[in-house]
Ligand binder design. Sequence first.
Ligand code: NI
Ligand code: MN
Length: 234
Amino acid sequence: MKITYLGHSGFVVECCENALAIDPFISGNPLAQTSVDKIKVQDILLTHGHGDHLGDAIEIAKKNEATITAIFEIANYCSTQFVKTIGMNMGGKIKYDWGSSILTPATHSSALPNGNYAGVAGAYVIDICGYKIYHAGDTGLHYDMKMVKEVYTPDIALLPIGGHFTMDIDDAVIAAHWLGVDHVIPMHYNTFDPIKADPNEFAQKIKDKLDISCTILEPGKSLTLKSLCTTTKV
Ligand code: NI
Ligand code: MN
């Protein structure tokens, strides 16, 4: 399984010839190292409607004939842009060829880029390749992370550390603890001035306080983990 960081909160996860993107924000991201044309996925998952998360999802969906999974209101909006969608809501579990996703709470606002209502912001537990990946979306620290640990038992957490609009480094360390994961990847930092943060400080605090793995990914770089899925390949 390969997790590639697109920058900001964007990732591509590949496993067994399947690929999905989460919050692909590329063309507007000054730190992005890839281009929209290079993203090859069959599914796109969106945590909320803000422009730095909805990002290039619609263009990528059109180019790949990919399906956008999002909360009902965002899925409806994407449908008006003539892309395939799966509209879901909190606690819903969607099954795909590659696994499943569950939408769980985040403490954050949401709106579409045009200001229209976009439901509430969420986070995902993504089951793929024998791993459960938690993408926190944009969020402050919240107790539902303990629920996520108890009920969904994620292995890897993608956590915002930039502060200002989300958790900062110290709260993200607590989040990692509450989620019970054994591997974290920081996100949502340094893209813009208000969210400047040092990922090495986060990695050090994770090491000191939790002794779990922390991988800092530069935009464009990947983490490859042994595939635990039963159907071969990376
Ligand atoms: Ni946001
Ligand atoms: Mn954001």
